[in-house]
Design a protein around this ligand. Structure first.
Ligand SMILES: [Fe+2]
Length: 168
């Protein structure tokens, strides 16, 4: 039998700060939603990176590589912020797909559609995060507000680069 000491556990940690336990749980559940959107966008970006073809191959392949690596780090930061707030980080891909505002995509678009879709997705995630920044500030969780504010800048920059490439 596996020792319970070695198991991952769905547990809430007891933490004392000016952000109340109730508010931490509320913020963590908002973070779960943007974590899901970020995760699906990460996967979608990598799928386009793998499958892009044509004269723009290298530019799109390299830009999407830079962007999926950045999204991968963001996923980790958001999940670990949820843990820091005392809540379990969500497990299981089905929940991520259900909670994500970014649509999962299995069909192969044109290069132009790829760039446009990713740009729109980045802006949508930025808007989703903007709402949580306001809520987190109201609940005194300035660290989460700051983390999401910096992610908004990254998403907006990513959208600019994708749109600029689509214009070529
Ligand atoms: Fe690659």
């Amino acid at each position: 039998m596996t020792s319970t000491v070695l198991m991952t556990r769905n547990e809430t940690l007891n933490i004392e700060t000016d952000v109340t336990a109730e508010n931490r749980t509320a913020i963590a559940s908002m973070l779960e939603k943007v974590l899901a959107s970020t995760y699906v966008l990460y996967h979608k970006t990598q799928g386009f990176h793998w499958n892009v073809t044509g004269p723009m191959f290298l530019s799109v392949h390299e830009l999407t590589e830079r962007q999926y690596k950045s999204l991968s780090k963001a996923v980790d930061k958001l999940a670990e912020r949820i843990r820091t707030l005392g809540e379990p980080a969500p497990m299981g891909l089905t929940g991520y797909i259900n909670d994500s505002q970014v649509a999962d995509q299995s069909e192969f678009p044109t290069v132009g559609q790829m760039l446009e879709t990713l740009a729109q997705d980045h802006l949508m995630v930025a808007d989703e995060m903007r709402g949580i920044v306001e809520a987190a500030e109201k609940l005194k969780d300035v660290y989460t507000a700051d983390l999401l504010t910096s992610r908004i800048g990254e998403h907006e920059e990513a959208a600019w680069m994708l749109k600029a490439l689509a214009a070529s």
